[in-house]
Each structure stands twice: as structure tokens, then as C-alpha cells.
Design a protein around this ligand. Sequence first.
Ligand code: NAD
Length: 350
Amino acid sequence: MSVINLVVIGYGGMGSYHARELIQEKEGVKVIGVYDIDQTRLDLAKENNFTVYPTLESVLEDKTVEAVLIATPNDSHKELAIKAIKAGKHVVCEKPVMMNTAELEEVMVTAKVEDKIFMVHQNRRWDNDFLIIRDLYKEKQVGELFQIESRVQGANGIPGDWRHLKQHGGGMLLDWGVHLLDQMLFMVDSPLKTVACDLSFVLGDEVDDGFISYLTFENGVKAVVEVGTTNFVKLPRWYVRGFEGAAVIKDWDLSGEIVKQTGTIDHHNLVPIQAGQGLTKTMAPPSEDATTTLDIKEVAADFDSFYHNFYDVVRNNAEPIVKNEEVYRVLCLIETMFEAAEKKEILTFE
Ligand code: NAD
């Protein structure tokens, strides 16, 4: 295996995580150095035994560097990607790939002209909670899913510095939003029809601190995608309904339940329950013999790990798991969501 030598550009939270844990020589990719504009981050990289490059030019001029990982604030991705590609490097780029579709088009054209690989790190396609829901969607254990709700909610506000600012591509739609939307579009194999979105500005920042969106697909699936950063009590990570049951996955620890309808519900002989100051048959739980609870089991991805796939794409012309056309579609959706939020309208997705 001829290993791909890679330099990490941006040794902050995510760049150092790639360098420390994600990039594995056994998968064919090796970190041979680090570059950051902040000297304190370079000092830290040195302490962690990485070779440091003093300037971007020194990375780009080094012929032993075959690829770079871009893990800098969002507004710097385009310029760094284009410079690296033009210097003959393959590029792995953190999400959100770019600030908008126009930037991504420019980068995709440059990569094509220079015959270099440009691939985006959509790591949450490998999250187990997502793989379980994707499996439910594909295998129809609770029938065809028609309602999919995907949420992440925290109470710590927007973290860090640049994420608060528009010019750096801050805000939650361009942050967690990218992951949840990428998962949704990767899973639902049907054209997206309509988009509604409400951005949240509870914190008073110039960028959104969360959002709720409603998406409808041509195959009838209705999705809610929500991100919150001011939620002191949170809703489950996933809630889905199929024609034969429903599932909830509460958190990344995969707690939750999958309930499948196995028998007929006798609508005429329902036993009412006491509910508050009244009785209800409608909201009484179904009889025990009408449902069964399925185990929530970890599901392995039916595709390679990210960096192994990157190696195969570069060396063996393999199909990328994360395709640029897919991340482009997510950026189109994000642009439509910003427009829908501003106009307060439900928009058709073109
Ligand atoms: P961060 O602020 O922790 O780190 C960014 C680093 O980039 C800093 O050390 C900064 O000094 C450096 N930097 C800024 N401009 C630079 C430039 N022009 N050249 C070189 N270095 C530069 O931010 P972060 O949380 O690590 O986020 C970085 C990127 O990673 C963002 O695009 C973010 O969306 C993405 N990210 C992805 C995930 C994921 O799960 N895939 C998670 C977190 C962050």
C-alpha cells in the first residue's frame, strides 16, 4: 500500500481530532504535518509530535505532500481548497463544504480541470443512530416510513467565536444543520418537493442559533429537521412512524424503542383510561397482543470508512462514498431554507 501523505490545515477542535484519531495509516493515509495560522496551535501540534509548517506556501510547495485536510472556519474553505488543488494536492474538506453553491461550483470545476480529488468529510453518515434509522427506512421493519423527525438539541448556545458571525459562515443551519440534512437526503431516495424553515434567534446573535424545517418528498415522506442550542429539555434524536409501527431513538447511546403492530386493533372494544380530569379511549395504549417491541441493534455501515474510501478513490479510482453532487444538493437545500425562512413561505425545491 503506498500511503497518502497528508497535511492538516487548521489544527483546532476538528483538525486535531482528524490528526489524533480519524486519519489512520492502516487505512492508507498518514498525517505528515500540520499548518495553522495561530502560533499557539502550532506549538501544541509540535508538543503532540507533529511536524509543523510555518506557512501555507511551505505546505503547497512540499512535493511529498499529496493531500491536505481543510479544517478551518467555513469562509476559508474555498480559497484554501482552490490553492491546494492548483498546487497539485488532493483535498479532504470539512463540512459545510463551502458557504454557498457558487463557491462549490468553482471548486468542483477546479478539481476537474486539475484532475484532483476533492471530498467532503460528511462523517455523520457513519453514526449508528442514523444507520439504524436508515436500516428501518430501507428494510421496512415497521412498514414504509412516512414521517421522519431528526433533531439535535443542546442548551449551551453557539460554541466558540467565529460560529457567531455571518462572515465566517456561522449559525446552526451551516453547522449541525449540514449533518442532519445530509443524512436525510442520503437516506430518502426520492426527490425533495417542498421546503419550509423557521430560523431561531433566541440568543440575539446575527446568525441563527437553531431552526425547525419541514420537508416533503415525492414518495410521500414528510420530514422534520430541527437543531436547537437553547433547549434545556430535549426531544429524542429520532422519532419515526411507519405504516406498521414507530420508533424512537433518544440519544447517541441508542436508548429508545421500536414498536411494531402485529395484531388488529379492535376499535369497537377499546377500554378507556383515566387521563387528567377525563377518560379517553383514543389515547389508551393498544392492547399488548396488538404490538411487539423490537430490539435496537447496532447496524454496521454498508460502505467503507471515510479515509479508507478516500484512499481507494485516490489510488484505485473507486466511487466516493460522499459525492460532490450530494453535498451540492445539501447546499442548494440550505440556500432554499434561508430563502423560505426569510420569505416565511413554503418553497418548491428545484
Ligand atoms: P476551531 O475554531 O476549533 O479551529 C479552526 C482552526 O483553524 C483554528 O486553530 C484556527 O487558528 C485555524 N485557522 C483559521 N483560519 C486559518 C487559515 N486560513 N489557515 C490555517 N488555519 C486557519 O474550529 P473547528 O470546530 O475545528 O471547525 C473547523 C471546521 O471543521 C469547520 O468547517 C467546522 O464546520 C468543521 N467541523 C466539523 C465537524 C464534523 O463533525 N465533521 C465537527 C466540528 C467542526
